[in-house]
Design a protein around this ligand. Structure first.
Ligand code: C2E
Ligand code: MG
Ligand code: MG
Length: 720
């Protein structure tokens, strides 16, 4: 086909036979037409003189609503329209007159109603003399191409707008060098655009984040990841990068959205903190503490070191909260948290377990002695006075200690045992530190049950008094045979009232089982008042029936004696029962008197004036000096039964017993021995001149009925 087409030009010169020539030309034309209709371009030829279309391929003809035949011979204006013809006139003119090619683009409103963007080329057709014969028209439909370009342009414009409008930082770089950045990014980093352009993007990223960023750049990955950028002033800013590969400014570039995530991180940290910390004190909460405790336990197990866990509970915190309000309660808790933290050393840790409970884990230390020292330090610092809500209060802690590994294999067990030790500390009078011991669990439980029950017992008056006589030794001397002596009638010196708790389940409980607890809880005050009233009421009954003339001896607790209204209480109790002072004996211990010697002397003096007998109980166990004793209005000494127990075999006990008797007599005091169980003890006591005795040898503490019966028996036997 090409050959034919080319030959067609050459054969113009040798047109011998017009008919043959015409046939040949027709054939050539047919070939040309075939070619012309095959190429993806619209083609036409217009002759110069008349501007009529001499030839067009199908594409061209159809573009303007003709076919290849009907278009031939039509003037340009008729084909493309007058307006379009005028529009292209400069190009047509150039091709025809200047005989040079021309190219232009124009929109062609097609016969099919579609407007196309046409790229038009006009080529001059010139004869051998250089005369313009016509022009070839070649039209390529570039609608697609132009639309794509426009879309790209639009998207770039959009991107540019977006970059400016975005609140997030956006930066472009090519091959790692910054090519563009938007105002938010400049604001985030503190640079101007000029300062950033052309610099390596990595320069603005924290060094430790370089490997990751460089790796992602090199891989041209489309991803997002957290990183750290550097502000001009050096501040490190945590950010999220969202990276894409994009066309920008006519090039393939990397776009990075830089999202400031400081707020997000702070919120995350806050949530994390809230989940693991107590909001009030800022200390790790139970969850966090136990997690760390378990980690430490695992480490200690591996290294063979030991740990100490302390369970700290504030004493009477509920009372503070209830009486002074929650604001004061909060201050107390915060202060306690700070004080605990400050009392510890690096490596120790502290957490709030809940309520008024704190946990402390001590880093490995040299032995229980050192742990006990820390305990003492905590007792002192936490218990120091503090100002809250306009008042100064002191809140002591009770501390329980469990050691790892010996006291517990798991965190739960260790905490439980420290808790039990803490309960023992509370039961022992609070404000103290106790180490866990096996068997504590049961004891703590029993104590707890007792404690919660004791208040009820006070309310329900579940107490009874037992009575035990004290008899002059001279009379008791002959009592071994059960008969009086010629020296005189056996004399009842006093009868001691001893309290028992009639526990509904456990039966009669001895004072040792609940008095210490009652003292610690201040329940001893109502119990003591009950005992005093009951004992005096009994004494009044016995007097009225003529059974007893000796005083009833009542034991007093330190707390009762400390109260300022102590003398008034006794006076009121005497008045209420109708008993007079001579019917009452009170038993005090040396310790109670030594705490406030002057107040004690005044109070006792007042009682003496009322006729009350005053006895020093458990004498010999305290440290009363002769001089102090001399100043106190005391009538009797009760030698502690610890000395009596050693009689007569133990020499030291013997010596002390003798000294007590001599000292007592020197001060004109009667000396009573308590806890006398054997005849040998009685003989020994008689030998050193002891005045009276009390003990199982004579009688056990008895119920009132038994006591009165015993009394009648004695009266019958020896006229007591
Ligand atoms: P205490 O005042 O020294 O009372 C004497 C204790 O010795 C009584 O124990 C009595 O039962 C016991 N006893 C008597 N004879 C013998 C004996 O031959 N051998 C032995 N081993 N013990 C004997 P109880 O009744 O258990 O009282 C113990 C302590 O409880 C009393 O010691 C007293 O300090 C206190 N107590 C008792 N009643 C009251 C009370 O009403 N108020 C207060 N505050 N304390 C009380
Ligand atoms: Mg007593
Ligand atoms: Mg005693």
């Amino acid at each position: 086909m090409n050959d034919d087409a080319v030959r067609g030009d050459e054969s113009n010169e040798s047109a011998a036979d017009p008919q043959a020539e015409i046939a040949r030309l027709r054939a050539q034309l047919a070939n040309l037409r075939l070619l012309a209709n095959t190429v993806p371009v619209a083609i036409a030829y217009y002759e110069a003189a008349g501007r009529t279309c001499q030839m067009a391929n199908r594409r061209y003809a159809e573009m303007f609503g003709f076919d290849e035949r009907s278009i031939v011979g039509r003037p340009l204006e008729a084909v493309i329209g007058a307006a379009a013809a005028a529009q292209i006139e400069p190009y047509r003119h150039r091709v025809i007159e200047e005989r040079t090619a021309a190219a232009y683009e124009r929109e062609v409103a097609g016969a099919d109603g579609i407007t196309r963007i046409a790229e038009v080329r006009l080529l001059p057709h010139v004869d051998a003399e250089g005369t313009s014969l016509g022009a070839f028209v070649l039209i390529a439909d570039i609608t697609h191409h132009r639309r794509a370009e426009a879309a790209l342009r639009e998207s770039e414009e959009r991107l540019a707008k977006f970059m400016q409008a975005s609140e997030e930082g956006i930066v472009f770089h090519k091959d790692g060098y910054i090519t563009d950045a938007n105002p938010p990014l400049l604001a985030l980093l503190g640079y101007t655009l000029d300062e950033m352009l052309g610099r390596l993007a990595l320069e603005f990223i924290a060094p430790e984040a370089h490997p990751q960023a460089a790796g992602i750049m090199a891989a041209a990955a489309e991803t997002s990841y957290d990183s750290i950028v550097l502000h001009k002033d050096g501040t490190r800013i945590p950010v999220q990068f969202i990276v894409r590969t994009m066309q920008h400014q006519g090039q393939t570039q990397r776009l990075t959205i830089v999202r400031d995530i400081r707020d997000r991180l702070q919120a995350e940290q806050r949530i994390q903190h809230l989940a693991h910390h107590d909001a009030l004190t800022g200390l790790p909460n139970r969850l966090a503490f136990v997690e760390r405790l378990e980690r430490r336990m695992a480490e200690a197990r591996a290294s063979g070191e030991s740990l100490a866990l302390m369970f700290i509970d504030l004493d009477h915190f509920k009372r503070i909260n209830d009486s002074l309000g929650h604001a004061v309660g909060d201050t107390v808790l915060k202060t306690a948290a700070t004080r605990i933290t400050e009392a510890l050393r690096a490596g120790d840790m502290v957490g709030r377990f809940g309520g008024d409970e704190f946990l402390v884990l001590l880093a490995p230390r040299a032995g229980a002695g050192v742990v006990a020292e820390v305990g003492e330090r905590l007792l002192a610092t936490i218990g120091a006075p503090l100002a809250a809500g306009g008042v100064t209060i002191s809140v002591t802690p009770s501390i329980g200690v469990a050691l790892f590994p010996q006291d517990g294999a798991t965190s739960a067990e260790l905490i439980q045992h420290a808790d039990q030790a803490m309960y023992r500390a509370k039961a022992g009078g609070r404000a103290r530190c106790r180490f866990f011991e096996a068997g504590m669990a049961e004891a703590a439980l029993a104590e707890l049950a007792l404690e919660s029950r004791l208040a009820v017992a006070v309310r329900e008056r579940e107490f009874v008094l037992h009575f035990q006589p004290q008899v002059a030794l001279a009379a008791a001397n002959g009592d071994a045979a059960g008969a009086g002596t010629a020296t005189g009638r056996p004399r009842l010196l006093a009868v001691e009232a001893l309290v028992r708790w009639a526990h509904p389940q456990r039966g009669l409980l001895a004072p040792d089982e609940f008095i210490p607890l009652a003292e610690a809880r201040r329940l001893i005050l109502p119990i003591g008042a009950w005992v005093l009233n009951e004992a005096l009421a009994a004494a009044a009954r016995w007097r009225d029936s003529g059974a007893v003339t000796a005083p009833v001896a009542v034991n007093l607790a330190a707390l009762q004696f400390q109260g300022s209204g102590f003398v008034d209480t006794i006076r009121a109790a005497l008045a209420a029962s109708g008993a007079d002072g001579s019917m009452l004996e009170i038993e005090l211990t040396e310790r109670m008197l030594l705490a406030q010697p002057r107040e004690a002397r005044d109070a006792l003096g007042a009682l003496r004036e009322m006729g009350v007998t005053i006895t020093l109980d458990d004498f010999g166990t305290g440290h009363t000096s002769l001089a102090q004793l001399k100043d106190l209005p005391v009538q009797r000494l009760k030698m502690d039964r610890g000395f009596v127990a050693g009689l007569p075999g133990d020499e030291a006990s013997m010596a002390i017993a003798r000294a007590i008797v001599q000292m007592g007599h020197g001060l004109k005091l009667e000396v009573v021995a308590e806890g006398v169980e054997t005849e040998a003890q009685r003989v020994a006591l008689a030998a050193i001149g002891c005045d009276a005795l009390q003990g199982h040898l004579l009688a056990r503490p008895m119920s009132e009925a038994q006591w009165l019966q015993w009394l009648r028996g004695q009266a019958g036997a020896n006229g007591l």
